[in-house]
Design a protein around this ligand. Structure first.
Ligand SMILES: [Zn+2]
Ligand SMILES: [Zn+2]
Length: 347
């Protein structure tokens, strides 16, 4: 699928979310890095589901003014004191999590759920500033590619790699993925390294189902057809289910599809409560696994995407200049939109 390309005059700007649904295009600033920090000049930023909620104002972390952007590829433009000089000018993707380094979760190595976690583009100035500051250790080099902007997909793919890691997926398992948005597709991509017996992706949109099959990521079915397919291929249920729709009712129904002793992994960030018969948890001895951000998965995500150029081409459906960020959000909030990953490209 060919991405819709923006035609705005190139030029560096900063995009500020001033309030719910309100964007301001401002001149790019020139931040100064402290010791151990770098300034990154963004090449491109992906807009994700949480960005839409932050923009609209119904995200628990919405707090204005805010400079969004946490899925970032850019060039290292300036180095603070003590940073390896070899990093100057490098093309990098930026891990958006900024952990405290001293809480019990950080001590466990689970910095993705640090008790004082701040995320670039949420609590800290994100890459829609154009030039922004972060810790040097959060930058990961990426290989040269004809489409440098495509590396903005590393962050969501790292989220998927982290979820697959937490799922304990084993070779030969039948895995059900609920939802074929960017995260659902990225989970299916990350699962390919675990040699599952089959990956079934449940998705109501026909266009999205076609993409799953074109990319060879699994068997795509309408959610209404999941039971019939499992009856044929895994009568006791799937070994593993990933919830990637963010809809509480979809999570609440996931137990119907999982076998006794199976696992349900929750990626969707729905705001509402979900309900499931309590007795099912014990009768089936189910394991419910939450997953948040990613920890240590950027190198794996870079490698995975390096080997999957067709994934990048297919998943990025729209590209806008940051000065057109309003159009990007409008596209993503249009019911039934064909948009999947929308990129804001600075050049
Ligand atoms: Zn995201
Ligand atoms: Zn911490």
């Amino acid at each position: 699928m060919e991405a819709t390309r923006h035609n705005a005059e190139a030029g560096r700007v900063a995009v500020v979310t001033a309030g719910p649904g309100q964007l301001q295009i401002e001149p790019e600033e020139n931040p100064v890095p402290a010791a151990g920090e770098i300034v990154v000049e963004a090449i491109a930023t992906g807009v994700c589901g949480s960005d839409v909620h932050l923009f609209v104002g119904d995200h628990p972390y919405s707090n204005y003014p805010l400079v969004q952007g946490h899925e970032t590829v850019g060039l290292v433009a300036e180095l603070g004191a003590g940073v390896d000089p070899a990093l100057q000018g490098a093309r990098v993707v930026v891990e958006p999590t900024l952990e405290c380094g001293s809480c019990p979760e950080c001590a466990r190595g689970a910095y993705n759920r640090c008790e004082r976690l701040e995320v670039i583009g949420v609590q800290r100035t994100g890459s829609l500033a154009g030039r922004f500051v972060t810790r040097a250790g959060k930058a990961h080099r990426v290989p040269s590619a004809s489409d440098a902007a495509g590396w903005a997909l590393v962050e969501p793919v790292a989220v998927a790699c982290h979820a697959v890691e937490r799922s304990g997926a084993e070779p030969g398992e039948l895995v059900l993925v609920l939802g074929a948005g960017v995260i659902g597709l990225s989970v299916a991509l990350a699962l390919s390294r675990r040699e599952p017996r089959a990956v079934v992706v449940a998705e109501p949109s026909e266009q999205r189902r076609r993409r799953v099959e074109e990319l060879g990521l699994g068997i795509a079915v309408d959610p209404d057809e999941v039971d019939a397919l499992l009856a044929e291929r895994a009568p006791s249920g799937a070994d593993l289910v990933f919830e990637a729709t963010g809809l509480p009712e979809v999570l609440g129904g996931a137990h119907h599809h999982v076998r006794p002793g199976g696992r349900i992994v929750v990626l969707g960030q729905g705001a509402g409560d979900f309900a499931m018969p309590m007795i099912v948890m014990t009768r089936k001895e189910l394991t419910l696994v939450g997953t948040r951000n990613s920890a240590g998965q950027f190198p794996a995500a870079i490698e995975l995407l390096s080997g999957s150029p067709e994934f990048v081409t297919s998943v990025i459906t729209h590209r806008f200049h940051p000065s057109e960020a309003g159009q990007a959000f409008a596209e993503l909030t249009t019911p039934g939109t064909a948009a999947l990953k929308v990129l804001l490209e600075f050049a």
